[in-house]
Design a protein around this ligand. Sequence first.
Ligand code: CUA
Length: 349
Amino acid sequence: MGKQRGRQERTPVVWMVVHGLIASAFGIAAGLAIDWFPEQASTQAESVDHLYDLLIWVSVPVFVTVMIIVLFSVQHFRMRPGEEQLDGPPIHGSTRLEIIWTALPAIILVALCSYAWVVLNDIEAAQPDEMRVNVTGQQFAWTFEYPQPGGKPVKSNQLYLAKSQPVRFFVKALDVIHDFWVPAFRMKVDAVPGLETKYRITPSRLGTYPVVCAELCGLGHSVMRSSAHVVTPAAFKAWLADRNAPAAGGAGGGTPDGKALFTDGNGTATACGSCHTLADAGTASSTGPDLDEALAGKDAAFIRDSIVKPDDEIASGFQDGIMPKNYGDTLSQDELDALVTYLGKVAGK
Ligand code: CUA
């Protein structure tokens, strides 16, 4: 009798272990094959993604173990016809089992936390020759400020970084809580009024990546976006020099092109056309007022005020506070003039 019982009990355990191993292997393979994250554009991204891979290795078998025991128990210990009135078997504790199921998760958690701490320590470590960038969040735009030794800081609402040049961001908010996040860099931090938060990254890949706000901050939260351009050190130097000498005009030198500023931001500013309809520019978004209606017949002073002080007069049917209030800061005088001239010429025509 004793021998037979032993065999009966061992069979499901062997069955569970074999199926658990197969399911875990499939789960881990699928987990590692799926592209969970955007491109890795910083050295930090590589460490963070390794940590996630390790979590997949560990968490899939845990999930499979729990599910197999649950499913086995449902099948094996279910109530059969005629057992409705019966009590379940009296169960007493198993000290050995309790020690195992307390110690094992504790060991796994301590090991994972230790590895996560090592990763965090590594990605937050100070780097030689860090460049400082001040990041300011406000409803609903980002301003990036590059302090210049002995001169006025360069301001932009597009983020430009040089590849392999370590950066430290100093993040502030002017109004409510925002969150400065470049998913391709994997790091993010809240921008909190009255506080200065910081983090470091080292860009490792050329390209343009989205900058997003990751904290619900009001009606314009979803449009509080910008771009992070990782360029070569030489291109970064040229960009900085160009921004430093606004008299020389936009990227191409000479007078900035109002239409280019409007449609694609000309590499310097958030494009107006991503929120506004304007027939001449061929844009058709309705986040903000249709400028063919709102600016028709208006003079240059009105148009200029609409850009730098957007909340002074709100077109009917639109909320105040949606359009960023930082264009007076982030557009150069020439760029502003070019936009005003362009809009005065084409709006409503
Ligand atoms: Cu700023 Cu959401």
